[in-house]
Design a protein around this ligand. Structure first.
Ligand code: CP
Length: 322
């Protein structure tokens, strides 16, 4: 694995999941693998889980970790090429990345969608600069259109909760990604990414969202999309809840009449579904307290699995460096 920015950077998902779950059994089993190497974790946006799970994963491998909360602590970055920098921006992203090349053996970066220009976000205007200028492997900690470390953790969590051999279950689980309400425009990255990874998993996958909220077809591809949440939830084994803003009317929040918040009442038509959310979650807006705190919620297991998704990816990248 040279870089890790999407599911297309890995060869065999099933093997990667198996390796990650093996690491989970013994996270400190390879404590010197990263000895003498440095990973730079660059955050252009806020984070709790990604920052901490990546730090734990790196430390478990013996990597030196540099964490830069760039939006708060670094110079104000310029992203546009050819700009006369006589305004508020102090350092060009090109120069910042060239300097990171001097300090780091791996660069990991979080760079959310700006949600101002569809064109800039679709072309990954920031991540692409890292891929262009970095001379070391680049890992996405969530970019404008994808959140691959989250999706890998989601795959681990689904695998752990669909134990074929334990119960002799011999059918694919029905996995539903359902849109949820929010108070402000949120990027499509988690939904896009989850769709791409589910397409590679042995599951029956369905997306439910209001009409004006269809995700980009480049990510959903042939996945069935329905606009009726009740219909989608019937017999679901996993329900993944996430908000996103409109892709078509980019970053807008068209009015939705029905209440899409996931409640225990809505879960009654499912197959006792496990409930997932990447967090952070707006309680009693996206999901009810009762669902989040209920026995079918596996959201904290997902959060824990962020460590092992990061650790297996760092480990695979370290193999390439040797
Ligand atoms: N799920 C997730 O990426 O959480 P953070 O934004 O807190 O890192």
């Amino acid at each position: 694995m040279k870089n890790f920015t999407s599911v297309y950077d890995i060869d065999h998902l099933r093997d990667l999941i198996a390796k990650a779950l093996k690491i989970k059994k013994n996270p400190l089993g390879n404590p010197t693998k990263g000895k003498g190497k440095t990973i730079g974790l660059v955050f252009l946006n806020s984070s709790l889980r990604t920052r901490l799970s990546s730090q734990i994963a790196a430390q478990n491998l013996g990597l030196n970790v540099l964490t830069l909360n760039a939006a708060q602590e670094a110079w104000n970055l310029e992203f546009a090429d050819g700009t006369v920098m006589n305004g508020d921006t102090v350092e060009h992203i090109k120069d910042a990345i060239e300097v990171l090349n001097q300090y780091c053996d791996i660069i990991a970066v979080r760079c959310f969608a700006g949600l101002k220009s569809k064109e800039d976000d679709v072309k990954e205007s920031i991540l692409s600069q890292f891929l262009k200028h970095a001379k070391v492997p680049v890992i996405s900690l969530e970019s404008a259109t994808r959140h691959p470390l989250q999706s890998l953790a989601d795959c681990l969590t689904i695998t752990e909760n669909w134990p074929f051999d334990k119960f002799g279950i011999n059918r694919k689980p029905k996995v539903v990604l359902t849109w949820a309400p929010h108070i402000k425009p949120i990027a499509q990255a988690v939904g896009n990414s989850f769709a791409e990874w589910m397409q590679q998993m042995d599951v029956d996958f369905l997306i439910a969202n209001p009409e004006a909220y269809d995700l980009d077809k480049n990510f959903t591809k042939d996945t069935k999309v329905v606009h009726n949440q009740d219909e989608a939830l019937k017999n679901a084994d996993f329900v993944y809840v996430k908000n996103w803003s409109s892709f078509e009317d980019y970053a807008a929040m068209p009015q939705v009449e029905e209440n899409w918040m996931l409640t225990t009442e809505k879960l009654k038509s499912t197959n006792n579904a496990k409930v997932m959310h990447c967090l952070p979650v707006r309680r009693n807006l996206e999901l009810s307290d009762e669902v989040i705190d209920g026995e079918n919620s596996i959201i904290y297991q997902q959060a824990k699995n962020r460590i092992f998704s990061a650790q297996v990816v760092f480990s695979e990248i370290l193999d390439e460096l040797k």
